[in-house]
Design a protein around this ligand. Structure first.
Ligand SMILES: [Zn+2]
Length: 355
């Protein structure tokens, strides 16, 4: 069993969720054939023609290559909070990985997004980096175990829903605060910490790395380089202001330019802005990116660090209407960030993904 080091106050992960979480499970390869044999009984998902012989990451690649749209899931952190787990900083959504109940909630959210039609699962690893755990007076070993647990929960949800067409994206956020670009540490720290998390996500068995909510070009480039060095495909998503510049003030065009040669699967923008505000960023991304472009805005009208993403002041239908517009403009990927729910994803699916 992989457990957190118990400090007396930390519940050990002796949960039902964790009973099959052996070291062997945690380190098995990301190859979907090995997943089938280790998780077992994973009948083919019906209705994923013409992709039935492809691995999850190849389904994702192929959809993008063919110019098909891809439905990402919505946010996780705010839902975790709503379901009774205190998501306080610095761990925020990673708090859920510290208890039996929390782990069950996270897996349940993954299942709900899959049931709503999401074609990707994003792991609950936005805050499982070593820096966040150390700030919370926990250890690097605990951060490692939490990362492996988060990936395991995503894989279990996919397996339970028999959705072998779904690629699992290992979420990687900024090593510091997502809305505070001035806090981004030096290059050497960035390189070391991103490499560590990318290595853990690979060990857990993600299909790709979803680099998200990145507020400086410098960190985007290093996160992309470390994902690539880990041998994993990746997406890069920037957090921007209403003008479409990164929160650092750097133009999104320069950001695209900086990561292009590293060959991301897609370049996206996410978080911070509500669906009315994110259009300017999308327009600028679409104008310069030769790669598929994605967008997942906040469901709430205010930044998630102030509201915890809890303000659902945009209805799911309203959000889905915006997503339809993003797709019409040329976005390849749509989904949701803080404050969105499985209902938001279901509504996007009903509106834009029905054959
Ligand atoms: Zn967000």
């Amino acid at each position: 069993m992989i457990r957190f080091v118990s400090d007396g106050s930390t519940p050990e992960l002796t949960t039902k969720e964790m009973t099959s979480f052996s070291a062997q499970t945690a380190v098995r390869s990301s190859n979907h054939m090995s997943e089938k044999s280790s998780i077992g009984q994973s009948p083919r998902y019906i209705g994923r023609e013409p992709y039935q012989d492809l691995s999850p990451i190849d389904v994702f690649r192929e959809r993008l290559r063919r110019g098909e749209k891809v439905l990402f899931p919505g946010g996780i952190g705010a839902l975790i909070h709503e379901r009774g787990i205190e998501t306080k900083l610095p761990l925020w959504s990673a708090e859920a990985l510290l208890s039996e109940h929390g782990a069950a909630v996270v897996k349940g959210i993954h299942r709900e997004y899959l049931d709503a039609g999401a074609q990707i699962v994003t792991t609950n690893t936005f805050r499982t980096n070593s820096r966040s755990f150390l700030k919370a007076n926990r250890t690097t070993e605990e951060a490692h175990a939490a990362t492996l647990l988060a990936v395991y929960l995503a894989r279990e949800a996919r397996s339970e829903r028999m959705r072998e067409d779904v690629a699992i994206g290992g979420c990687v956020g900024p090593v510091e605060e997502c809305f505070e670009p001035e806090l981004v540490p030096d290059d050497e720290s960035l390189r070391r910490e991103h490499a560590q998390l990318a290595g853990w996500l690979k060990e857990g068995g993600v299909d790709f790395i979803a680099i998200e909510t990145i507020n400086t070009i410098r960190e985007a480039k290093i996160a992309a380089e470390t994902a690539r060095a880990a041998g994993l495909p990746f997406t890069v998503s920037f957090v921007c202001n209403e003008n479409g510049d990164l929160l650092s003030g750097e133009p999104i065009e320069n950001a695209v330019d900086a990561v292009l040669s590293l060959e991301p699967l897609a370049i996206c923008t996410n978080c911070y802005l509500n669906p009315e505000q994110i259009g300017a960023t999308l327009d600028r991304l679409l104008a310069v990116s030769p790669l598929p472009v994605g967008v997942y805005a906040n469901g709430g009208g205010t930044p998630c660090h102030e509201t915890n993403g809890l303000k659902h002041n945009h209805s799911a239908e309203h959000y889905a209407a915006h997503a339809e517009e993003w797709l019409r403009k040329g976005a390849a990927i749509v989904g949701g960030c803080c404050g969105t729910t499985p209902e938001h994803i279901r509504q996007i699916g009903l509106r834009s993904f029905r054959k």
